[in-house]
Design a protein around this ligand. Structure first.
Ligand SMILES: [Zn+2]
Length: 470
């Protein structure tokens, strides 16, 4: 029997109750059920409410004891590079001029990737995401072998939106004419239909690395297939400069003229937007993936130029992202949420707005809305997919307990994650991924890194002299 996403859960599916935790529902009223329960059947949540009543109503259910814990929706990382960087994490030097980390490091490494490298890198990414409570990722548009990546994600049990590398520049890895790039995108959409654990999106590298024909064609394809599209834009001032030189218009204004903007589009970054561009983002319902850790680490001017908080406050669609591991250094959306709030408050010298509760919304239900999935994920409510995180609270950052929103964002991070469920499947238990042999993965990753760097002709410099290796 094949259940579509719209079928009711099978009556034969085992019922489990995640019982006794403080359930942060992120429903419309933002209710927290103290000592409450979430009931799962198959891949769905079938009830959320008081523990005693739900245990009576489901007396045969298996119990997952969450007493003393905090239970939240699975978190959403709307911009994550699953390949390339994971195999060379902490290898790209820290003190490079803008662009060098991409074109002297990331691009050659991607070019040297063999299909198995994509599979291993995606497994590393999935393990890191899941163990920090991230249950959904949107890939950033730089996957070469989508089938191998999807295989890893499905094995790990991570929900994902996945595209394939898309650009039509003159030369570079996976560069091709626009129609060929679009054909590759179609293949991914066909292979991974909307509603699955891994679903296809239209993905472009973006920046100023696509012709107008490719940009417009990609947006048309996303709209025709009722899916979404993602692309990088304006993390620094370099995209505005090159669009102005090429088209006479700023990037978002140019995309509007091409008909690219709309609710199907998730722009990664959008740090350097002027007033007209902000208005277009808002009026078209275009979404933005905001990756503050990367902007800080790479010195991209988010404090002076970023307007993400303003866009949120004016009703815009913003999700959080962790970007590549050589820019954000970890896949942990709670760390990212803290930065998202802190940067906005500091930049505006205003601690009265854009606090922890707002940014935890971006990590969950508002982020789900921004990626077009709030009908399925982002909150703990009856009928939603059972994407659930149990955070342990017997750690110093939770001791003693205070306001749960403050503690989730400011007081702790992904280290508190104990158990994770995605579509009702338990994928993390007691802090460890249950779906992948992580010891074996670590061994393979080290060997693949060595071979990959050798093929790419890259030697990783060590900044401090290393002694005693002989
Ligand atoms: Zn990116």
């Amino acid at each position: 029997m094949i259940d579509s996403a719209d079928d009711p859960p099978s009556s034969a599916a085992p019922v489990r109750i995640i019982a006794g935790g403080d359930v942060v529902t992120m429903n419309a009223r933002r209710e927290v059920l103290v000592g409450g329960s979430v009931v799962i059947s198959g891949d769905r949540i079938i009830a959320v409410g008081p523990t005693a009543a739900l245990r009576r109503a489901h007396s045969d259910a298996a119990i997952v004891d969450a007493s003393g814990c905090v239970v939240t929706p699975g978190m959403i990382d709307a911009h994550q590079h699953l390949t390339g960087d994971p195999l060379i994490r902490s290898c790209i030097p820290d003190l490079l001029p803008p662009g060098a980390s991409i074109f002297e490091w990331a691009v050659p490494v991607h070019e040297a990737h063999e299909p198995y490298d994509d599979e291993v890198a995606a497994a590393l990414s999935a393990v890191e995401a899941l163990t920090s409570g991230v249950t959904t990722v949107v890939e950033g548009g730089t996957v070469a072998h989508a089938d191998r990546v999807a295989k890893s994600l499905e094995q790990a049990g991570l929900r994902a939106a996945l595209g394939v590398w898309g650009w039509d520049i003159d030369e570079g890895p996976f560069a091709a004419p626009a129609d060929e790039v679009l054909d590759r995108q179609r293949e991914v959409l066909d292979a991974y239909p909307a509603g699955g654990l891994v679903e296809g999106w239209v993905a472009l590298v973006g920046h100023d690395l696509a012709s107008d024909e490719l940009l417009a064609g990609a947006a048309d394809l996303a709209r025709a297939r009722d899916t979404n599209m993602t692309m990088h834009l304006s993390p620094t001032s370099s995209d505005p400069e090159s669009y102005l030189a090429r088209t006479g218009r700023r990037p978002v204004v140019h995309l509007d003229a091409l008909g690219v903007l709309g609710r199907h589009l998730l722009i990664s970054h959008g740090v350097h937007l002027d007033d007209d561009e902000v208005e277009l983002v808002l009026s078209t319902g275009t979404a933005i993936a905001y990756c503050p850790w990367a902007y800080l680490r790479l010195g991209q001017g988010v404090g002076a130029h970023g307007r993400h908080a303003e866009i949120v406050e004016r009703g815009g669609r913003v999700a959080l992202g962790c970007d590549a591991v050589n820019a954000s250094d970890s896949i942990d959306i709670l760390r990212t949420a803290a930065l998202a709030s802190g940067i906005a408050r500091d930049a505006r010298i205003d601690p009265t707005r854009f606090g922890a509760h707002e940014v935890f919304g971006l990590a969950t239900i508002a982020g789900a809305e921004a990626i077009g999935c709030d009908d399925r994920i982002g909150s703990l409510e009856e009928g939603k997919q059972a994407d659930i995180v149990i955070h342990r609270t017997d750690l110093p950052g939770w001791t003693p307990r205070g306001d749960v929103g403050l503690q989730l964002v400011w007081g702790t991070d992904g280290r508190s994650v104990r158990d994770v469920f995605v579509a009702g499947r338990q994928v993390v238990a007691d802090g460890r991924v249950t779906t992948i042999d992580t010891d074996a993965l670590a061994e393979v990753a080290q060997e693949r890194q060595r071979a990959l760097l050798e093929r790419a002709g890259i030697t990783v410099p060590q900044v401090w002299p290393h002694l005693g290796a002989e």
